[in-house]
Design a binder for this molecule. Structure first.
Ligand code: 4AD
Ligand code: MG
Length: 477
């Protein structure tokens, strides 16, 4: 007798030996058919009970949500929907469930309801599929970098610098909040704080990743990042995971090639390894679409969309070209955009990004060479003196998926930029050192992991692709 996962059992042929499975009851129909799931696959295994052989009181405890152990023979299934099923010989209830109060009833629940029950929502097909895909994508990311000569580095989560300018930060402090020590001029005295200075949760591991790229060559960091912006949208989290590769001697063109190859590779991985979960989510989306008016329905199914990205080149478009397209676009001329594009230099809002990818190009777009003054201080200034070697990758349905750049490697230019933006050289002395000792062209990017999971699963709200979302006014669980 062997204990196997349901995924293993469903993939094998009938046996004459007994098998044992443990899992949670999804449904128990007609006092005869138990649908059991253990998380190893989207599919349940059907367990057939001959009720005459079992105590009535035991069978009453086989309710939705209960944990049970079953032993029996794996036989060819009589019914439709599965090739094998278990003819139950012994049944033990490992953990009872209360059918009156168990929140995950065998019916359709709203995502809002399931968010409030996030500790149990992975007992549904949708969330178990999403989280298995999330896990697969994470593995595929490490696999890609490992196979391409990158070193994985762990960048710090607590940081003493706030120079990146990527967003508002969360302060890390052990000072008495009611009665903080003060300096002579009445400011909070951070020299008495835990680290002897003011510290925050990181918004990005990039600056530290640059230091390792300038010695190990090709590195990446994949960790949690924190932004205290009050952005209550379906695409923003206050705590999200970011993948940031950084490569020495690589320019912006190389950076685009890397990002495109990397994204295609991880998406191919799930097409190959997560077929059943993708098919389930695809069907879910198709059912969902049926309730929408024809014009709002998507032209491609989920798997078609992923294949489309894997099989087609991303469109590379300069910021200047994009502005021309937007200026002459219908929604701009008819004043349908909330922010009308009037001139070169405008910051692109998500409505503009979505117009470019969803209406105009209808494919992922890499926008590059942005105006210097709307991008971060560390980006390499172009010879025109007004644009920087920045790139953003925009995806249909998501908007910005990746932000990256070639970094400014010239000490004098970088110093001037920092001075103009009032960024302290003292604080970033180590970052400037990289430009003093063996400086070189180098580039990297940041991919928002949850936005990738949204694209891969077709989920419309970023709160539904991370186990326990942190958003303004919400840090439950
Ligand atoms: O464009 P961002 O701010 O870039 C950086 O932080 C750079 N330091 C990256 C680098 O060059 N190494 O963020 C990168 C990506 C965005 O494109 C987006 O996908 C995601 O991170 N992102 C968020 N995802 C969820 N919630 C948020 N609040 C996010 N902010 C950014
Ligand atoms: Mg960005």
């Amino acid at each position: 007798m062997t204990t196997k996962t349901i995924a293993e059992l469903l993939a094998q042929n009938v046996t004459t030996q007994d098998v044992t499975v443990k899992g949670w009851v999804r449904t128990f129909r007609a006092n005869r058919f138990i649908a059991l799931n253990d998380g190893s696959t989207i599919n349940n295994i059907q367990c057939v009970v001959d009720f005459e052989n079992f105590d009535e009181n035991l069978l009453k405890r086989v309710t939705t949500g209960a944990a049970i152990e079953i032993t029996g023979e794996l036989v060819e299934s009589q019914g439709k929907g599965q090739s094998v099923e278990i003819q139950v010989k012994t049944l033990e209830v490992l953990g009872d469930s209360d059918p009156e109060t168990y929140p995950i009833q065998p019916k359709k629940h709203t995502f809002e309801f399931l968010r409030a029950n996030a500790h149990l929502r992975t007992r549904t097909n949708t969330f178990s599929a999403v989280m298995r895909l999330r896990s697969s994508l994470s593995f595929a990311i490490h696999k890609y970098f490992n196979e391409n000569g990158f070193y994985h580095m762990h960048t710090p989560i607590i940081t003493g610098s706030d120079a990146e300018g990527a967003g508002e930060m969360f302060r890390v402090s052990t000072l008495d909040q009611k009665n903080p020590p003060l300096t002579e001029d009445g400011a909070i005295d951070h020299s008495k704080n835990f680290f002897g200075k003011d510290t925050n949760l990181t918004v990005s591991g990039q600056l530290e990743a640059e230091t390792y790229a300038m010695s190990l060559g090709k590195v990446y960091t994949f960790g949690p990042t924190f932004r205290a912006e009050n952005s209550n949208t379906s695409r923003h989290l206050s705590e999200f995971w970011m993948i940031e590769p950084e490569v020495a001697f690589m320019d912006l063109a190389g950076n685009m090639d890397l990002a495109e190859d990397f994204m295609k590779s991880v998406l191919s991985y799930i097409l190959e390894h997560n077929r059943e979960d993708l098919e389930f989510l695809e069907k879910r989306l198709l059912d969902d679409e049926k309730t929408k008016p024809q014009a709002e329905r998507s032209e491609m199914s989920l798997i078609e969309k992923i294949k489309f990205v894997v099989d087609n080149n991303f469109k590379r478009v300069s910021y200047t070209e994009a502005i021309d397209i937007l200026k002459n676009s219908k929604p701009n001329k008819k004043k349908k955009f909330k922010y009308i594009i009037e001139a070169w230099g405008a910051d692109l809002q998500s409505e503009h990004e979505r117009f470019l990818v969803e209406k105009h190009f209808k494919c992922p777009v890499i926008l590059f060479d942005y105006p210097a003054n709307i991008k971060a201080f560390y980006m390499r200034l172009n010879d025109d003196g007004k644009t920087v070697r920045a790139m953003d990758i925009l995806f249909p349905g998501i908007g910005e998926m990746v932000g990256g750049s070639q970094r400014e490697e010239r000490l004098d230019v970088l110093k001037e930029k920092m001075k103009a933006l009032d960024i302290s050289e003292e604080e970033l002395w180590w970052y400037l050192d990289l430009r003093k000792y063996g400086t070189a062209v180098h580039s990297g990017f940041g991919l928002g992991f949850e936005r990738l999971v949204m694209f891969a699963t077709g989920m419309g709200n970023i709160r539904d692709v991370i186990p326990y979302p942190r958003t303004p006014q919400n840090a439950d669980f």
